[in-house]
Design a protein around this ligand. Structure first.
Ligand SMILES: [Zn+2]
Length: 799
């Protein structure tokens, strides 16, 4: 699948945009200036076509730019692997160059909504920003190709329709939202993260870039171009356009979105159908999609009861909705030029709709912000939104709270700090405590990040993805709700800058509490730098050192306060060689990626090994081995597209098993995380317990009773955990149980049917006779569960 692109001079044939299904495309004739290995298709796609490679985008955009006075091409950020992220802005030449003015207008909407409304009435020629986010999933090639064709049209065409749409819109394109994924033909970015699940965490540079664009423009319409659902909604209705089925997240001002979303979706559908005779039907025989006879598309909210929800703000358009956008995911039917055309037509339909309704639509967008500022939410029941949140700061280790405050501010949420100590609910909070006043424009976004979530098991049969993401519980900071009926008497000032420097107090020796990701990261840095670090019986780390410049600097960078403590005792910690089993992309996921990133954030140097490499070469000098991911990694019966990521045959499986068993017999440390890894560990004969599982899509925040051994130090008897496909263990005679689900109602938020059998059951166990640990908690989920990362470092450090 690799094709080598070599430097060379060839002719340009740029303006004959390939709208046909022809295999020969003009895009090939581009002037390469670098050598890059690019995939020309994905085995996960049932059709393939000669899509525009990432390396061709730059020349293409430059060429269009040369011939247009409407376009701006920028590369304000780079992907995880350092590739340019292209932002293209198009407007009529008069508006171009006045973007500062246009953006100021957008800001007015959430600083002073009444003024913004008046402006709109006075200036009916105002322009609404529409953002098009293309191919966030690398294997879904058609999005970027449609974006390029739309860019070419709006930058250069002079027909009446183009001009009219430009009179009323500014178009913002995130042209290739995931460059690494497009090049490698994978769904995720180079860190193995599905970017379209990252919008609550925002752990990846690509995500931050998109958030920046959304904040900068506050687009009125947000279109996220994906593929391929074929004729998922029936033969006559290929493709998919949101709005979604229930459950809708209660933090939206959903009534305002609902006023327009279905009509705009049907306008997109209408434009597609109107043009159906122009489709080529290149792959009808294999795809079963007949574009020429289609009568519509599948609109989940119109055509179904459940199954395609907009509940979690992890998806790009759902996140954009919290900034007041009418957000839609669009799933093209097929991976070919027909799929490209389908997106192109859909976007045109969306623009025609906002062209006709922009004034009323933008008033409702402004209304979202107005409701926030005035703390007046007619769609919500009284008391749904709290009056405020108090975020107290832990003196010794403020790092989790500081990360949260930075995150909130990065997301346009106003945070203030107490100018003096104050009292609430009988408790005194010191000066400097953070306050999130919920009377603000983006109150819905603030609340979806800070609320407790809810148990939605009974309101829907199943969820498409996660159903709980509470930042306080999963990042490990406190957020105290001030109910809407209470009063909070505190003088505050805006937070300008957050103090994130750590501090070394006293002359040593020192103690570091086992309190956060940053604290453990500091421990690893100290070990790496040759400091004497010992792990005490209470779980804290003792550093036998005096106040050197080196130590001071490392502590300052960590953000943690480290104090003198005369006690130096415990197990001496040494640098550990950590290896993780790599999931290259089974079922278009990298199931090990979250745990890998968590270990790196904790400061471990992690090596990846594929199942085949392990079967062939063993684990070498690895001290600690992690299996975190699907059990299919050790199968040789995977479907064709998945096969390369697993094992080849029975012999290879036996070799893998042999390697693992001798590694453990030779006192190697083995740690399994999650349901799939627990299954695999059982299959490999490395554990005596029985592995029990919930449904694969059950997930949420749970209450866990953590034990008092080192393996769970830093966690309490009534503390939090997170599960995705929950797993628990029985027949535990030959293991030590280190944590169990709480008894009684242990489910805090999320969706988990038939969980009664898991109540009070063991969820972290360790074999008594060999160094095998099973962690049923999703401790490293998608770089999100910061609070639980330390379960991984504890497992690495403990005997
Ligand atoms: Zn997708």
């Amino acid at each position: 699948m690799k094709k080598q692109l070599i430097a060379g001079l060839v002719t340009l044939g740029l303006f004959a945009a390939p709208m046909t299904g022809s295999a020969e495309s003009n895009w090939k004739n581009v002037n390469w200036n670098e050598t890059m290995q690019e995939e020309n298709g994905s085995p996960f796609n049932s059709e393939n076509y000669d899509f525009v490679n990432y390396s061709e985008v730059d020349d293409k955009l430059q060429e269009i730019e040369k011939n247009s006075n409407r376009i701006t091409v920028e590369t304000p950020a780079q992907s995880s692997e350092g590739r340019d992220l292209y932002v293209v802005t198009i407007s009529d030449p008069e508006a171009k160059g006045k973007y500062g003015y246009q953006k100021a207008l957008r800001k007015k909407m959430f600083k002073n909504p009444e003024k913004a409304e008046k402006f709109i009435e006075k200036h009916p020629d105002f322009k609404v920003p529409v953002m098009i986010n293309a191919s966030i999933h690398g294997t879904e090639f058609v999005g970027s190709d449609a974006a390029l064709q739309l860019i070419e049209r709006f930058a250069t065409a002079n027909d009446a329709k183009t001009k009219e749409l430009l009179e009323n819109h500014i178009l913002i394109f995130n042209v290739v939202a995931n460059p690494d994924g497009r090049i490698d033909a994978t769904r995720f970015n180079s860190n193995g993260i599905d970017l379209n699940r990252d919008f609550i965490t925002q752990s990846q540079v690509e995500t931050k870039h998109t958030v920046n664009l959304i904040k900068e423009w506050n687009p009125m319409v947000f279109l996220d171009l994906h593929g391929y659902v074929k004729a998922f909604g029936g033969e006559d209705h290929p493709g998919l356009i949101e709005p979604c089925t229930p459950p809708h997240n209660p933090n939206y001002e959903y009534d305002l979105y609902s006023k327009w979303a279905m009509d705009q979706a049907e306008s997109m559908e209408g434009t597609i159908v109107d043009n159906r005779s122009d489709y080529d039907n290149t792959n009808t025989e294999t795809s079963n999609v007949n574009y020429q006879t289609m009568t519509g598309t599948y609109i989940p909210q119109r055509d179904d009861e459940a199954g395609w929800d907009d509940y979690p703000p992890i998806f790009t358009p759902m996140y954009a909705m919290y900034h007041g956008a009418y957000g839609y995911t669009l799933e093209a039917p097929t991976n070919d030029w027909d799929g490209v055309k389908w997106h192109y037509d859909a976007v045109m339909g969306a623009l025609e709709f906002s062209n006709d309704n922009k004034e009323e639509m933008i008033k409702d967008q402004i209304e979202v912000f107005k409701r926030g500022i005035q703390f007046d939410h007619p769609y919500h029941t009284e008391g749904f939104f709290p009056k405020a949140y108090i975020l107290p700061v832990d003196e010794k280790d403020p790092t989790a709270t500081e990360k949260a405050v930075e995150h909130l501010m990065f997301n346009d949420i106003e945070v203030s700090e107490a100018k003096k100590a104050f009292e609430f609910d009988g408790k005194t909070y010191p000066k400097g405590s953070y306050i999130v006043d919920m009377s603000q424009a983006k109150a819905g976004l603030a609340n979806t990040m800070l609320w407790d979530g809810e148990d939605i098991t009974d309101i829907t049969p199943a969820m498409y993805d996660i159903s709980a993401w509470n930042l306080p519980e999963l990042w490990g900071f406190e957020a105290i709700e001030v109910e809407s009926t209470r009063s909070l008497d505190v003088k505050t000032s805006d937070v300008k800058k957050i103090k994130t420097d750590g501090e070394l107090v006293g002359t040593g020796p020192y103690v570091i509490e086992n309190s956060s990701v940053k604290a453990v990261n500091l421990v690893n840095k100290l070990i790496e730098n040759g400091f004497d670090v010992q792990w005490g019986e209470d779980g804290s780390f003792h550093v036998d050192a005096s106040a050197t410049t080196d130590l001071r600097k490392l502590v300052r960078d960590s953000g943690v306060t480290v104090v003198t403590d005369p006690k130096v005792e415990g197990k001496k910690l040494t640098s550990q060689k950590v290896t993780i089993l790599k999931d290259g992309g089974i079922y278009k996921a990298q199931s090990h990626a979250g745990t890998h990133l968590a270990l790196e954030r904790l400061g471990f140097d992690v090596k990846e090994i594929t199942p085949r490499e392990l079967a062939e070469n063993g684990l070498g000098d690895t001290d600690v081995f992690f299996y975190s991911g699907t059990s299919r990694l050790i199968s040789y019966n995977n479907s064709e597209a998945n096969a390369p990521f697993g094992l080849e045959n029975e012999d290879q499986y036996q070799a893998f098993k042999q390697e693992m068993q001798s590694y453990v017999e030779n006192e190697g440390k083995y740690i399994a995380v999650g349901a799939g890894a627990s299954d695999a560990t059982k299959k490999l004969g490395l554990t005596s317990v029985s592995v029990n599982k919930g449904y694969s899509n059950s997930n949420g925040i749970v209450k866990v009773d953590y034990g008092n051994q080192l393996l769970t130090s830093g966690f309490g008897a009534n503390d939090y955990g997170f599960v995705y496909q929950p797993v628990w263990y029985s027949n535990v005679e030959e293991v030590d149980v280190h944590a169990s689900f709480d008894t009684g109602d242990f489910f805090v938020a999320g969706h988990w049917e038939n969980r009664v059998g898991a109540e009070g059951q063991p969820v972290i166990v360790k074999e008594q006779n060999q160094d095998v640990t099973l962690i049923g908690i999703e401790a490293g989920f998608r770089d999100h569960t910061d609070y639980l990362f330390r379960l991984l470092s504890n497992a690495v450090f403990s005997e």
